[in-house]
Design a protein around this ligand. Structure first.
Ligand code: SF4
Length: 435
């Protein structure tokens, strides 16, 4: 548990963050304070259902109890310290943790039905909307305060909230799982940052809480998808990632609306296959053979493509579930006709679909974009080969060239201390040239 220092004029007190503590552990905490169990329910509701930023806001607690908690604890949500907004509505947030480390989180509202830009799976859900509504059991946010072991509790999609008021059908939040990344994919700007540390479950789920609060989202009314595709490799921070998944479900987002992307950490994929409750999986394939993959993703030396496909094959998929294979197209490297045929051979017999991502150039990265003709041919050839294939629509290209650029820009320009809680410093867009 990360801690905050509070100077009370007499000495320095260490405050522990409550956000990130599981509902079961909140029960124990309330017990140690000599309080009735229903106070734990109220505390969990305040933290996760209402996403209150301060203990002062928990008005269901008597003042004396709030003061007792404040002596040792804080809510401890991370804080948005910079933002950049695209003309397409996408917002990138730089989010600061208690120890001053920062990560990026991206908010992608989407009112045009183009789900393919954000990597989530909601397009399929919407095609099956009448089924889903008929099958609804009520929103997780309306269910009793406990971890729900039923697979995929359905959110209430019948009433629309603040997103609909702004003309959007849904929004997707892209979350980071580590500060930086150790995987060193050669086409990725985040890789240039190196790894600084893992995020805690509270810091991972906290990114979602502050993005929801900033956009006045009401879970149960607004449709939210999550993609674990930001900075870091979630499967190298597996336990915190899965704890965050459970917290996020508790907040009211079912795992059917979450997708996790991995560069291919074979032992973690096998653990993931055993999880009773898990998000959808996207494997970052990016190459059609080990030689090319090794050159752009050195981690292939540890687990080759076949080892990864075997691990993916061990996941028991639902009736409508596919594994997504992400494929970043790099001009002249992995986008030629022989690569298409190799991809078709690799994916033969798998319940697979492919998301093609046209690579975004980044400073100091020695690749070039594929030609539109090569992208088109690759796309059509995979479809002709029987693989459902989509081209991911670029989001917010006017505010970033690649994941990690916002943070990298800031690392080169120290972040000013915020003037007060929630204070925002708008990022100069000149620092983030269009891709
Ligand atoms: S693509 Fe993902 S796994 Fe690879 S270096 Fe970038 S953040 Fe890490």
């Amino acid at each position: 548990m990360k801690t905050l220092q509070q100077n009370d004029g007499v000495g320095t007190t260490t405050l522990k963050p409550l956000f990130g503590t599981s509902p079961d552990d909140l029960k124990l905490l309330v017990q140690t304070l000599g309080q009735s169990p229903y106070r734990a329910t109220q505390l969990a509701e305040a933290l996760y259902r209402h996403r209150l930023p301060s203990l002062d806001d928990i008005t269901t607690f008597p003042i004396a109890l709030r003061e007792t908690l404040q002596a040792a604890y804080t809510v401890g949500l991370p804080e948005i310290v910079q933002s950049a907004r695209s003309i397409d509505g996408t917002e990138r947030y730089l989010i600061r943790m208690a120890d001053g480390e920062t990560v990026e989180t991206v908010w992608m509202p989407d009112g045009d039905g183009g789900e393919r830009g954000d990597g989530s799976e909601a397009a399929e859900e919407e095609r099956n909307e009448p089924d889903l509504i008929a099958a609804e059991q009520g929103s997780p946010a309306d269910q009793p305060l406990r971890y729900d072991s039923r697979p995929n509790p359905r959110p209430d999609t019948r009433n629309r909230g603040s997103l609909a008021a702004n003309g959007y059908r849904r929004a997707t939040i892209c979350i980071s799982s580590q500060v930086g990344c150790a995987v060193n994919c050669q086409f990725c700007l985040t890789a240039k940052l190196g790894i600084r540390r893992n995020l805690t479950a509270g810091e991972i789920a906290g990114q979602v809480a502050v993005a929801l609060n900033r956009n006045n989202v009401k879970l149960g009314q607004d449709r939210i998808n999550l993609v674990f595709m930001g900075m870091g490799e979630p499967f190298l921070n597996y336990d915190a990632f899965m704890d965050a998944v459970r917290l996020l479900r508790f907040m009211g987002i079912p795992e059917s609306r979450m997708t996790v992307s991995t560069s291919g950490i074979e032992p973690s994929i096998r653990r993931f296959a055993q999880e009773p409750i898990r998000p959808k999986l996207a494997l970052s394939l990016n190459a059609s053979n080990d030689a090319v993959r090794e050159s752009i993703m050195p981690i292939t030396r540890k687990w080759n493509i076949q080892a990864l496909l075997d691990a993916v094959n061990s996941i028991p998929l639902g009736k409508r579930e596919y594994v997504t294979f992400e494929y970043v197209l790099l001009g002249g490297i992995n986008d030629q006709p022989q690569h298409v045929q190799e991809v078709l051979d690799l994916l033969a017999g798998l319940k697979a679909k492919v998301n093609l991502i046209v690579w975004n150039p980044g400073p100091g990265i020695p690749y070039h974009q594929p030609s539109p003709e090569d992208v088109d041919r690759f796309h059509k050839s995979l479809i002709a080969g029987g693989i459902p294939t989509f081209i991911r629509r670029p989001r917010g290209r006017d505010i970033y060239a690649a994941c990690g650029q916002l943070k990298r820009t800031v690392d080169e320009t120290p972040v000013p201390a915020p003037a007060g809680p929630g204070a925002l410093v708008q990022l100069s867009l000149a620092a983030n040239p269009p891709a």
